[in-house]
Write a new protein. Structure first.
Length: 365
């Protein structure tokens, strides 16, 4: 599960890989590092480049060349207005007030804020981010980040990459949980992260929770497209193990737009998956690719020609895959010592997909 590198202010020492300062530098305060400025060298290069582009455009115009216009990147004004409206107002906790203007990011510059993690957000069709920091006279502060992920299922998908069944959960939006820095939650098409810098842990989490509740109360609820999660059987499912992946479900490039969950199987843990394709033909092509992969890494046996197979696949263990209209589904890491238990899990998934009402509810709207 990926973890964001917390931003840091100018002059702050770089935290180690665990996101904390060395003991000699950390002191007694609960530290969460704020947004970092871009590298001076990079900014200088960008300025020089922009000046060069402007000069080139003037020269091209004088020469009568038809140079294409340079379209600047940026978050649209309407999106900025919407995102900013979800941020807490001043005074939401013990007089905290916004320290500076709201900062906005899109796909072109997200790396400036979460360098090394931007790709993971963009993989879920990240659209825009609004970030604001609220401070007090004693240098305590809270930073609120609101990420527009375009669709509710994508917001949940991003959130699910950070969530673990062992988290301490909170009633925030669709769901939230406590982090080392504060809180994270999702609601509608938005994922929200709150981090803070306070003199003690109790105040940190009080302020972060107050900010989270304020933002959650402003963001409109929208669960369109989430019904695909209901296709995962509830029996034996590990609570809060559900995930949505837009691309490369189970690490396979031919499996997209899918949900997974973990299931208790005696001594081990199995995983069921459902991928929804645009058509039965597209699902059938993905099945053929999966069968090819299983053949390269095991000895699959088709239980129904062109529609279902079983195999002991390298890295994935006992695997069973089947087609159901425009869905491709199955299980991996199924129990070897108790094949009947694994078969029962997959059968429950087949029954879920066989329900006309459930399949209809997952059609795109």
């Amino acid at each position: 599960m990926c973890r964001l590198r917390s931003p840091r202010p100018p002059g702050q020492k770089m935290p180690n890989r665990m996101g904390r300062l060395p003991a000699s530098a950390e002191g007694d305060r609960v530290k969460v590092f704020r947004r970092r400025p871009g590298m001076v060298i990079l900014r200088t290069w960008l300025v020089v480049t922009l000046v060069w582009l402007g000069a080139s455009g003037a020269i091209a115009a004088e020469a009568g060349e038809n140079a294409p216009p340079v379209i600047p990147a940026g978050v649209p004004a309407e999106t900025q207005k919407t995102l900013a409206s979800y941020l807490p107002k001043d005074g939401f906790y013990n007089g905290l007030k916004r320290e500076e203007q709201v900062n906005f990011y899109d796909q072109t510059n997200l790396y400036e804020y979460i360098d090394g993690q931007a790709e993971g957000f963009i993989a879920y069709n990240f659209q825009a981010l609004a970030s604001a920091t609220y401070g007090a006279n004693d240098d305590s502060n809270v930073t609120v980040d609101v990420y527009d992920m375009e669709k509710p299922i994508q917001a949940f998908g991003l959130y699910s990459t950070f969530r673990a069944p062992s988290n301490e959960f909170a009633q925030l939006g669709g769901q939230g949980f406590k982090t080392a820095e504060g809180y994270m939650f999702w609601k509608g098409r938005y994922a929200v992260r709150i981090s803070g810098n306070f003199g003690d842990e109790k105040r940190l989490y009080e302020a972060a929770l107050a900010a989270a509740k304020s933002a959650a109360g402003k963001i409109p609820d929208d669960r369109n497209g989430l019904d695909i999660l209901a296709l995962l059987p509830a029996q034996k499912r590990v609570a809060n193990s559900e995930k949505y992946t837009m691309r490369a479900v189970l690490g396979q490039g031919f499996l997209d737009n899918g949900v997974t969950a973990e299931y208790n199987t005696g001594k081990g843990m199995a995983r069921l998956f459902v991928c929804q394709f645009s058509s039965a033909e597209a699902a059938s092509k993905a099945y053929a690719e999966y069968l090819k992969f299983a053949t390269a890494h095991g000895k699959p046996s088709e239980t129904e020609s062109g529609k279902a197979f079983q195999a002991d696949v390298k890295y994935y263990g006992m695997t069973e895959v089947f087609l159901a209209g425009r869905y491709l589904a199955g299980g991996v890491a199924l129990p070897r010592e108790n094949p009947k238990e694994g078969a029962a899990l997959v059968e429950s998934l087949k029954q879920s997909l066989a329900s006309p009402a459930r399949i209809e509810s997952t059609r795109p709207r």
